[in-house]
Design a protein around this ligand. Structure first.
Ligand SMILES: [Cu+2]
Length: 123
């Protein structure tokens, strides 16, 4: 009886650990709102990026709007390495970054210290 209990507790703990590490990956990706000839997705910056993944439609000029609600230095800049973008988000409440959508691909972004990560998927 004690053994079964130990196994059950073990499985629950393993499940909790897996959820803790991998649960965030199931967070829904944000989709862009298409408005006429352009599309925009909003990422709220507050203790991280929410959502941390946004999806843009290929072929429609795209923007990602960073809605700054964080006051820590950590998240003050957003860096898109591949695009050569390094924006100071503290200058205005919402900072817009243009994303090339002529071909499918992924653009990773991170805070200035490379601690928080997100990505934009074009497909
Ligand atoms: Cu940081």
């Amino acid at each position: 009886m004690g053994q079964i209990l130990a196994v059950v507790i073990g499985l629950v703990l393993i499940g909790a650990i897996l959820w803790w590490f991998f649960g965030k990956h199931t967070e829904a990706a944000g989709n862009a709102t298409i408005n006429g000839n352009t599309q925009a997705a909003t990422v709220v910056v507050k203790g991280g990026y929410s959502p941390s993944t946004v999806v843009l439609k290929k072929g429609v000029p795209g923007k990602v709007k960073f809605d700054m609600q964080d006051s820590t230095a950590c998240l003050s800049h957003v860096v898109f390495d591949k695009l050569g973008v390094n924006e100071d988000l503290t200058k205005r409440p919402v900072t817009t970054v243009d994303i090339p959508t002529d071909q499918a691909g992924e653009y990773d972004f991170a805070c200035g210290m490379d601690m928080f990560h997100g990505k934009v998927i074009v497909k």
